[in-house]
Design a protein around this ligand. Structure first.
Ligand code: GLA
Length: 779
């Protein structure tokens, strides 16, 4: 709801309020952003009051001698009028760099207008547009705000309109800026690299400027555009937390400045790095949408807002809000080394296990036998698939599974037919030898002919077989960037506009397809991409323990229904770490579950485990993908990780317990949830898991009638066929009847962990990297 009183605008979501004021000098101020407050008759209370400016200030004008822009909380800022903090707008007009945008009038519209060329969330409530102008340079500025009340999210962007007769240059136009009073916040952002995405960094903010950005050409695995400001006393479930994101997939920039007057300025938008946009008379430039949310229920509160927003207003297509299928991807099972027969073998297994979607990854096209060649040639390789893609898809469909395919459409290898025909489509600087990444070059998607090629080449394949899933990869950062057609400062943004145009066309043309984005894992996991693709491969790292960190970070910003998570072989190919098959599942089940290993190589014991996993996931899939997600315990603070999902009616939930390293004399573990209904009785039970006999090493001999070498062939053989529970003919799955208040207040105490002094069926053997899932259902 948007309420207007004099020149104060109150934007209300279900639980939050955002207040703006047009002040006496016609600048728009951030007045308040936080927990919901009642609409008032008079907003004098919230106005920042000044009698005199601080010493050595520049005063805006002599008729308001108390006002200096340097110390007012502003919704946007420029240079040259006395605000010496980071400007959110930097432009060059006939009057130089100085600019001063002043309020003219406003509009309130129902719904949200779709931005031309940029992804726009759908099903929005009301939109407020404030029209501003710099009267000297004749440049207009619109500040837009859309309220998504149900998600407790507000989105903002800015539009610049050149009403002058001359070209102007935009060097920086942030999607949003807000100025808050400094409350000793912590800045939390997601950083990383390949196979280690979305690690969290938290730093206490002191005076200075903090920048979180990407210069790789994509939103990047270096620094995701999502960030949070946490009040000092906030935690996972309590305290004030702000979260911000950007609906953009290219170079982005987020800035936090703490000044010496107790103010904190936040900005986010397209990265000014190598950016300069020429705006001709009458043209407009629209910045991507920025996303803002606040919760007084800690990081879980604000993450839940973001999840709701993404599920209900960002993700679209036939798969929006739909349960995702369990897939098998052949990549880690075969890499490039597959044949039709091998794929058939994998498929037969997949069917027996209850897998629902079979994905053929890299290597099916052109002369692609390794990663040095073939990218760009989107035609089936007859040597690998002599009967063609359609026959393979039919085979998959006959087995009752959907068929999915990998592409990397934005790239080209120099050793490809495409490159030989169109070397000019690859990004490179004239006269310089281009630097390669994974032996490949990037196609310039800023060029319409490249966009057309990609649309046509993919359409041809997608029309040639029954393909119901696409993995769209993008495996390198950009270098040697140069536009053969546009001003150089426009290169990066034009690439992204070109990409969006291709994605818009293809996803509209094939709405039945489930699209999964990938960029060497999570190198382009952002809300721009999720406006077209329903899920995102979070990381090439499928090691379960590393995934705890990656998925904990990713899930701050993105819902579980968008996070691709697979069970792969042990030791993991990325870290060579060994983790139990059930931990691999327990971690991957908090997302869109897949398997990425050769199911034929599983031992009978693991086969049984995987079949049980798939059965369990199918029963609880909706809860795992769309339930409210809570992070209850973290590795850093608690030494173990506990995640939870809760159904909308709060009558059903799942809590996980992921151990890091085992401990001597382990304490009694408590199973504690959050937000279960206090006076409802729940039945809770541990998902059935069994223990590999090799876990016990030489200790096994204490229970065996004969002494066997724990590294020998006999133990090896037994371990493939029997678990400890089977050998003992005893197993125990903890289960209790318990009221919601007992769950919420930590009254459930779990069976003891292995302590090195004895074993029976009640001992929980977690060892290093062990885990359990507990399912709760109201009785
Ligand atoms: C990237 C992806 C992987 C796989 C390979 C194929 O690394 O992230 O999942 O698809 O490409 O080359």
């Amino acid at each position: 709801m948007i309420i207007v009183k004099d020149k104060v605008f109150q934007l209300d979501t279900e639980h939050t309020t955002y207040l703006l004021r047009v002040d006496e000098t016609n600048h728009v101020r951030t007045e308040y952003f936080g927990k919901k407050i009642k609409a008032a008759e008079n907003y004098d209370f919230s106005k920042e009051k000044w009698s005199f400016p601080y010493g050595s200030s520049v005063v805006f004008d002599e008729s308001h001698p108390e006002l200096s822009l340097d110390n007012i909380s502003l919704e946007y800022s420029t240079v040259g009028k006395g605000d010496f903090r980071e400007p959110s707008i930097l432009l060059k007009t006939q009057s130089g760099f100085t600019a001063d945008f002043q309020y003219r009038d406003f509009e309130i519209k129902q719904g949200i207008e779709t931005l031309h060329g940029l992804p726009t969330p759908h099903s929005g409530g009301e939109t407020l547009v404030l029209h501003l102008e710099d009267s000297t340079s004749k440049v207009g500025l619109d500040l837009s705000y859309v309220v998504f009340s149900d998600s407790d999210v507000i989105i903002r962007n800015t539009t610049m309109i050149n009403k002058s007769l001359d070209d102007i240059r935009i060097n920086k136009l942030m999607s949003f800026q807000i100025d808050l009073l400094d409350q000793k916040f912590e800045l939390v952002n997601l950083f990383g690299g390949w196979a280690a995405e979305a690690h969290q960094s938290a730093k206490a903010l002191g005076p200075g400027i903090y920048i979180n950005d990407s210069k790789t050409g994509a939103s990047s695995n270096r620094h995701n555009p999502f960030f949070m400001l946490k009040a000092k006393d906030s935690g996972l479930n309590q305290g004030n937390v702000y979260a911000f994101n950007l609906i953009y997939s290219g170079n982005h920039y987020e800035m936090v400045e703490v000044n010496s007057y107790g103010k904190i300025r936040l900005q986010a938008g397209i990265n000014p790095f190598c950016f300069e946009w020429r705006l001709k008379p009458q043209e407009r430039f629209v910045s991507p949408w920025g996303v803002l949310s606040f919760s007084d229920r800690g990081t879980n509160g604000v993450a839940q807002h973001m999840h709701h927003f993404v599920n209900h207003h960002v993700v679209r297509g036939d798969w929006a809000l739909k349960d995702r299928p369990i897939l098998l991807n052949n990549w880690e099972a075969t890499y490039f080394d597959f044949s039709e027969n091998k794929l058939h073998d994998l498929l037969k297994r997949a069917k027996d296990f209850g897998i629902e979607l079979f994905v053929l990854d890299d290597g099916w096209f052109g002369k692609r036998t390794d990663d040095t060649k073939g990218l760009g040639d989107w035609e089936t390789n007859p040597k690998k698939l002599p009967h063609g893609l359609n026959r393979l898809a039919e085979f998959v469909n006959k087995a009752g599974l959907k068929f999915g395919l990998w592409f990397e459409p934005e790239m080209v290898n120099e050793d490809s037919e495409l490159f030989r025909a169109h070397p000019e489509w690859a990004i490179k600087t004239p006269e310089r030898m281009p630097s390669l990444g994974r032996h490949q070059l990037v196609l310039d998607l800023g060029l319409e002919e490249v966009q057309k090629y990609i649309i046509d080449a993919l359409s041809k394949i997608l029309d040639s077989a029954h393909i119901e899933y696409v993995k769209w990869d993008m495996n390198r950062h950009m270098s040697d960037f140069y536009s053969s057609r546009f001003d150089q400062g426009e290169f990066f943004h034009r690439y992204i506009l070109g990409l969006y145009s291709v994605l818009e066309t293809l996803t509209k043309k094939y709405p039945h397809i489930l699209w999964e984005s990938c960029s060497s894992g999570g190198n382009r996991n952002d809300l721009g991409i999720l406006s077209y693709f329903q899920q995102n491969w979070a990381s090439d790292d499928t090691d379960a323990f590393e995934r705890l960190t990656i998925q904990s970070g990713t899930a701050l910003a993105y819902p579980l229904s968008t996070i691709g998570a697979h069970v792969s072989a042990s030791p993991s190919h990325q870290l060579l770490r060994r983790t139990p098959i059930d931990t691999r599942f327990n971690v991957a089940s908090f997302g869109c579950l897949g398997y990425e290993l050769d199911l034929k190589k599983l031992s009978p014991v693991d086969e049984e485990a995987v079949k049980e996993q798939i059965k369990f996931y199918k029963e609880h899939r909706h809860l795992m993908q769309y339930g409210s997600f809570y992070q209850l315990r973290t590795l850093e603070k608690d030494g173990y990780v506990s995640w939870m999902v809760l159904s909308e009616d709060r009558k059903e939930g799942l809590i996980s317990y992921f151990q890091g390293l085992g401990k001597a004399n382990p304490t009694i573990d408590i199973l504690q949830g959050q937000d279960f209904i206090d006076d409802v009785l729940y039945h809770v039970y541990a998902r059935h898991q069994e223990t590999n006999i090799k876990t016990f090493g030489g200790l096994l001999n204490m229970a065996l009638p004969v002494n066997l070498n724990e590294d020998g062939r006999i133990i090896d053989l037994i371990s493939k066929h029997k678990t400890i529970e089977e050998l003992l003919k005893k197993s125990f799955d903890e289960n209790y009847d318990v009221y919601g208040d007992a769950i919420n207040n930590g009254a459930i105490k779990l069976s003891p962990q292995w302590a090195g002094t004895g074993f029976n069926e009640y001992v929980r053997v977690l060892a290093d990297f062990g885990s359990r899932l507990y399912y709760f259902k109201s009785k």
